[in-house]
Design a protein. Structure first.
Length: 221
């Protein structure tokens, strides 16, 4: 994946991780992207809030297990006080409590620390654009959890959803990323994004996690 040109808008990013050995190299690597400016590095949630208050900040790349204030509480505070700032979780943990806690607190993305630089920068750009990006393993886990907790009766979808939008929702429910949906339906990723935007607007979906739950509730997944 090629990096954007220097004419792209700079995304102001805060990197939060309690381990300096992770935080500092990560900030340095992300700073190599032409459209990303790492404006601060934080060791805990309170430092994240201070950095955002000093702003402006577009995206926080958030670890979860940190002292003083953990990543979930910091994400919740950001959602309440700075809703324009997107949070992408980058953590070692992919258990149900961590995933649901972070997404419930308002995180737009959730990646595990085996994600590569391109995956992380892609998630940052998507979050800044109001989109949600979930690690494939996280999607699979969320899907399994949602299936377990889904109610028995199917929940109807809006009548104005097109056949293609229903197909896209079903594939999201199966845990496929945009690229996988594009390959499955023989369409471009740009077209997939258009269908997802329309789908989210019609069905009142907030993010991809919400879409997975809705696909299961409606009997599509």
């Amino acid at each position: 994946m090629s990096e954007p040109t220097g004419e792209s808008r700079q995304l102001r990013v805060v990197v939060a991780d309690d381990q300096a050995a992770v935080r500092e190299p990560l900030a340095a690597v992300l700073g190599l992207a032409e459209d990303i400016d790492v404006v601060a590095a934080a060791a805990d949630g309170s430092e994240v809030l201070a950095a955002v208050a000093a702003g402006p900040v577009d995206v926080v790349l958030m670890d979860l297990r940190m002292p003083v204030m953990d990543g979930i509480e910091a994400t919740r505070r950001l959602s309440e006080e700075y809703p324009e700032v997107a949070v992408v979780v980058l953590t070692t943990f992919a258990d149900d409590d961590s995933i649901l806690g972070a997404l419930g607190a308002g995180a737009r993305g959730y990646l595990t620390k085996n994600a590569g630089r391109q995956d992380i920068t892609r998630a940052i750009r998507a979050a800044a654009a109001g989109q949600s990006v979930l690690d494939r393993d996280v999607q699979t886990r969320l899907l399994a959890t949602a299936r377990t907790k889904a109610p028995a009766p199917a929940k109807a979808l809006p009548e104005d959803l097109t056949r293609r939008e229903r197909e896209v929702l079903a594939l999201i429910g199966q845990g496929l990323p945009n690229r996988g949906i594009a390959e499955k339906l023989f369409i471009s990723e740009a077209t997939v994004k258009t269908h997802i935007n329309n789908l989210f607007a019609k069905a009142g979906l907030r993010d991809r996690a919400d879409a997975v739950r809705r696909a299961i509730e409606s009997g599509l997944a």
